[in-house]
Design a protein around this ligand. Structure first.
Ligand code: GRF
Length: 223
């Protein structure tokens, strides 16, 4: 089975990229990460890409033409934003409409939009007093964090949480949710059924199996 060529765009430490690389290295993965793009030459994600032998590119902010050229050069069919802190230029969204995914460390549409990234998200969650946060994977369109939601998974906010402790708990979920959604997406692209509707159905099933080793009811009850 030919594997779907994936590009991952990342600005930071790249722990979600690492989760995707580990998934892509499994025998039956329906996709492979063939390109990592960053806007920062010092991003930890680039170190991980190099270690995995994946092609990488550092592109200046907002250079949509260069990004499109790279994606086409590598025949990319799925673009994954994994901690990418720059807006995707409109021509790239247009060319890859419906095939750009983003992972966000909260339950959208809450705690999303401009300025809501990294520790800002978790600080806002804690300040709001909500008891449940989580992770969301959605399709990217022209508006920040507004595209159709593909999958979500809840994470409890515990008394005494700091942005760091909450981020750590959410990341654990992100590292399972993102490969699961990317896998489902690649299988649908492979079957030439790239409809969001198809993925919504699947999401319902795979989300339940993200943490088979855990007692979810117990895990989700805040202390
Ligand atoms: C993650 O929390 C992701 O949801 C957000 O940025 C963070 C990236 O973390 N978009 P990492 O670089 O993958 O470790």
């Amino acid at each position: 089975m030919p594997r779907i060529p994936i590009a991952v765009l990342a600005s930071g430490q790249g722990s979600n990229l690492q989760a995707l690389l580990e998934w892509a290295a499994t025998d039956d993965a329906a996709g492979r990460v063939v390109l990592v793009v960053s806007n920062r030459a010092d991003a930890g994600a680039l170190v991980r890409a190099r270690a995995a032998g994946v092609q990488l590119a550092v592109l200046a902010d907002g250079d949509g033409d260069a990004l499109l050229d790279k994606l086409r050069e590598h025949r990319i069919r799925l673009v994954v934003l994994a901690g990418y802190l720059r807006k995707i230029p409109a021509p790239v969204i247009e060319a890859f409409r419906g095939s750009i995914l983003n992972i966000h460390p909260a339950l959208l549409p809450a705690f999303g939009g401009p300025g809501m990234y990294g520790h800002h998200v978790h600080e806002a969650v804690i300040a709001s007093g909500v008891k449940v946060s989580g992770a969301t994977v959605h399709i990217v369109d022209e508006q920040y964090d507004k595209g159709p939601i593909m999958a979500q998974f809840p994470v409890p906010v515990r008394p005494g949480d700091s942005a760091e402790t909450l981020a750590e708990r959410v990341l654990e979920v992100e590292h399972r949710l993102l490969p699961a959604v990317v896998s489902a997406f690649c299988r649908r692209l492979d079957a030439e059924e790239p409809t969001p509707a198809g993925l919504y159905v699947a999401a319902d099933q795979f989300v339940l199996s993200l943490f088979p080793e855990k007692d979810l009811d117990a895990a989700l009850v805040a202390d």
